[in-house]
Design a protein around this ligand. Structure first.
Ligand code: P6P
Length: 338
């Protein structure tokens, strides 16, 4: 039987990968792991304690907030406050960033979507937490907005937790991707998916096909090609679940621009960048159709971006279609989308 390696043990082992590592990043990752265990417990008993349901408030995106969203957000903030390693956070649930006063001189900022896919909570479908860790760029003292408006290539670590048939934490610090499954009997995340690699040639496409009529002609053509080739079609409607499946089984996850959402729906800083970092570290690609997600200029905390990510063969085809010289008809269609 292989030796059980817990997340904490793994993080400490890998700390040696970082010369002059002072353990602060390791501490942050452990604190996020702790918050995830508590969120998992609450998510798994949601139906029992009737904490499902509209909290009555709206988040920064104007979407109705479920009570679990609020709980997850507050839990992550308090764990990060206690860590002493984080000088500020930004989250989907908060209009602006939140300086952490008792560790204002700490080296890192953390951005997260505390409970992505929350509309699926009521129907017991997988949901997730997504996080990105950056080194601050401002001087000591309270963190500043520009600490958060960094391009994705500056991430020092990123990861997600998927609360599904099991709870898994998957993360990278830029030296590969590793997955840990929560063993509730001992309350530990245990290494279950070492050195994860995405299949280079995928055969699953994942998109909300219900929006087909709102897609550009190029995306409609790609979807048509997938159907003509009889690729598998899977769409959960929770980004973490769809990306996790793509990471393991291959394929392409897409949330393109549409006529009503010219920048797509998904958030660059705390959804697309961390998941793109993981996908690239696993040998996949993550693009907005023309550029690496990780190189998109971050200008606003809650900015959106179209995203195509997964097996290189499929992402390359999407980019090829989107970058071909538009015919007159296409050009007219694209301008009509604006
Ligand atoms: P649609 C969940 O609400 C979410 O933010 C992502 O997790 C998911 O990929 C997307 O929205 C689903 O959006 O428009 O297909 O329902």
């Amino acid at each position: 039987m292989n030796k059980l390696i817990t997340l904490d043990e793994f993080i400490l082992q890998r700390q040696k990968d970082f010369p002059f590592a002072t353990g602060e990043l390791s501490g942050l990752l452990r604190d996020i792991g702790l918050a995830s265990k508590i969120i998992s417990r609450e998510v798994n008993k949601a139906g029992l304690v009737n904490i499902i349901g509209q909290a009555g408030t709206e988040n920064a995106s104007g979407e109705s907030v479920q009570k679990l969203d609020v709980m997850a957000d507050q839990l992550l903030i308090s764990c990060l406050q206690n860590s002493g390693e984080c000088c500020g956070i930004a989250s989907e649930e908060n209009d602006t960033y939140v300086p952490i006063k008792n560790s204002s001189n700490a080296k890192y900022v953390v951005m997260f979507d505390p409970l992505d896919g929350s509309s699926n909570i009521d129907v017991n479908v997988s949901i997730g937490t997504i996080f990105a860790i950056y080194r601050r760029i401002s001087d000591d003292g309270d963190c500043q907005l520009n600490d958060f408006l960094q391009d994705g290539v500056e991430q020092v670590a990123a990861g997600y937790v998927v609360y599904g048939s099991s709870t898994m934490l998957v993360y990278t610090t830029g030296k590969g991707v590793n997955g840990f499954t929560l063993d509730s009997s001992i309350g530990e995340f245990c290494l279950s998916h070492a050195n994860m690699k995405v299949p280079q040639n995928g055969n699953i496409y994942s998109i909300n096909q219900g929006h087909y009529n709102k897609f550009s002609p190029e995306i409609q053509q790609f979807v048509d090609e997938c159907m003509d080739k009889q690729l598998g079609f899977r769409y959960v409607g929770s980004m973490v679940a769809d990306v996790h499946r793509t990471l393991i089984k291959g394929g392409v996850f897409m949330y393109p621009a549409t006529k009503s959402s010219p920048d797509g729906k998904l958030r660059l800083l705390y959804e697309c960048n961390p998941l793109a970092f993981i996908m690239e570290q696993a040998g996949g690609k993550a693009s907005n159709g023309s550029h690496r997600i990780l190189e998109i200029d971050a200008t606003r905390l809650h900015q959106r971006t179209p995203i195509f990510m997964g097996s290189p063969n499929l992402v390359n085809r999407v980019e090829e279609l989107l970058q071909k010289e538009p015919s007159n008809a296409d050009a007219n269609n694209v301008s009509a989308m604006a």
